[in-house]
Write a protein that binds this ligand. Structure first.
Ligand code: ATP
Ligand code: MG
Length: 428
């Protein structure tokens, strides 16, 4: 009886004796070509292994000429689901591994299309073959014609080379061949960790989680820092930041979330007469504390969700005044994005349902009615001089809490988990 895909996974990574399900993972950018190839691939596989934690069965990973092959004693759908979260793969294809013989290949394609036509009678198809093994007895074109002929002759399905309903891909290797007919989009980007580490300033809004995700897509492994208005605000923003970091950690080996209570320092700035410079002074406090924290935890850059001109604190003058307080580069992946683009991406990566929840944002605490759009450095420094800034920063870091959102999840957790317990700053 023809089958679409065998249910029980057969064998391990070794040569298949019959059809066995697996998943093909195609790297995105040209990073697998250069001198960094081994390092990048190793990182990609480490991240894939991390994403497979707790999957509930043994798995194996192997490289085969620019393609990663994943298999194991786990349903293919689950493997696809996990692999699709791993940054660095642009395509994820459920596939069947078969011995590299013309008969095995034709029988597998026939099985697949027979299963598909049951759900969609009269579908059109095309076979696209690629030979990685040039010693194979047929050329790619000959193989395509032969297999297409078998399917057409047996099942009567029409071939459509231009715009088929199903495009069957056949990748012929020396010992095994991969047959696939379904293609899912992967995350793309560079493997997390290949560009170093960054610390994301994570508020409860839409922007900063998307900025963090974009930073990860450029290969940065991210930790997070969230500032609360405590003791003058409630814990809602911490729960949100925790849920957001947990959601973002689905795309990388879990990063830490540091929580810093800024309320008292904000009040000190207000008492010092910050007035219309209060918001910019607070943001300078944030990047100052984040820079110090980043140095202690090994991050080489800060990431924020700023988008130029989106709100009053994000004018060019204000951003420049804020940056002056940072001792590390401040990366702003969303600088040129429109709000709707950011919200669309927040929906796509799963952070939007958390961002939309209400909270008490520390930025609104003590915010003046009029926020200066042109906060010049000397204006803000005049206020800051009334505080012992080193001591303030030291105090903030001393009281910081370190959480590990999603670190203990056996993968696939939802975004509703709340912090169980907070510990002191990690890596300090
Ligand atoms: P978001 O949607 O990310 O909250 P926003 O549009 O509200 O951004 P701002 O409030 O000016 O803009 O914040 C700009 C950036 O500063 C944020 O994207 C974030 O990176 C950082 N930031 C703001 N508030 C906090 C906070 N409470 N904790 C950590 N970072 C923050
Ligand atoms: Mg905000």
């Amino acid at each position: 009886m023809p089958r679409q895909q065998p249910k029980a996974p057969a064998g391990g990574a070794s040569r298949p004796s019959g059809p066995a399900p697996c998943v093909l993972l195609k790297p995105g950018e040209a990073f697998l070509k250069g001198r960094n190839r081994d390092r990048f691939e190793q990182r990609l596989h480490d991240n894939l292994r991390y994403a497979l934690r707790g999957v509930g069965g043994s798995t194996w990973i192997k490289s085969s000429q620019n393609v990663t092959v994943l298999g194991g004693q786990v349903p293919v759908g689950e493997l696809v689901e996990r692999a699709r979260r791993v940054i660095g793969f642009s395509a994820v294809e459920p596939a069947v591994r078969v011995p590299s013989t013309v008969e095995d290949i034709a029988a597998t394609v026939l099985d697949a299309l027979d299963g598909l036509r049951a759900r969609r009678p009269g579908l059109t198809f095309a076979v696209r073959a690629r030979r990685r093994d040039k010693d194979f007895s047929l050329t790619s074109t000959e193989l395509e014609r032969y297999v297409g002929g078998v399917v057409h002759g047996t099942l009567g399905l029409p071939v459509d080379l231009r715009d088929p309903d199903v495009r069957v891909s056949v990748e012929v290797g020396r010992h095994e061949t991969y047959v696939s007919w379904e293609r899912h989009k992967g995350q793309g980007g560079l493997p997390v960790g290949t560009s170093g580490r960054a610390l994301v300033l994570l508020s409860g809004g839409y922007d900063s989680p998307v900025a963090g995700y974009r930073a990860m897509r450029r290969g940065l492994r991210c930790d997070f820092v969230h500032f609360t208005g405590a003791p003058y605000t409630n814990a809602a923003s911490v729960y949100k930041a925790y849920a957001l970091a947990r959601e973002l950690n689905r795309y990388q080996p879990a990063g830490r979330l540091h929580v810093i209570a800024l309320g008292t320092a904000q009040k000190q700035l207000a008492i010092a007469g910050a007035g219309k410079y209060q918001v910019v002074a607070q943001r300078r406090l944030m990047v100052r504390a984040a820079s110090a924290l980043a140095r202690r935890t090994g991050a080489e850059a800060l990431v924020t969700g700023d988008s130029l001109g989106q709100v009053a604190s994000q004018t060019l003058t204000n951003l420049a005044t804020i940056d002056e307080a940072a001792t590390l580069p401040v990366l702003r992946p969303l600088l040129g994005w429109e709000k709707q683009e950011i919200i669309d991406e927040a929906r796509a990566i799963g952070t939007a349902p958390v961002s939309v929840l209400p909270d008490e944002d520390c930025c609104k605490l003590l915010a003046p009615g009029h926020v200066s759009t042109r906060a010049q450095l000397p204006d803000v420094q005049r206020v800051e001089k009334r505080l012992d800034m080193d001591e303030v920063i030291e105090g903030l870091l001393r009281a910081a809490q370190c959480l590990r959102p999603g670190a203990d999840d056996a993968g696939g957790g939802d975004a509703t988990g709340l912090p169980a317990a907070a510990g002191p700053v990690c890596g300090a």
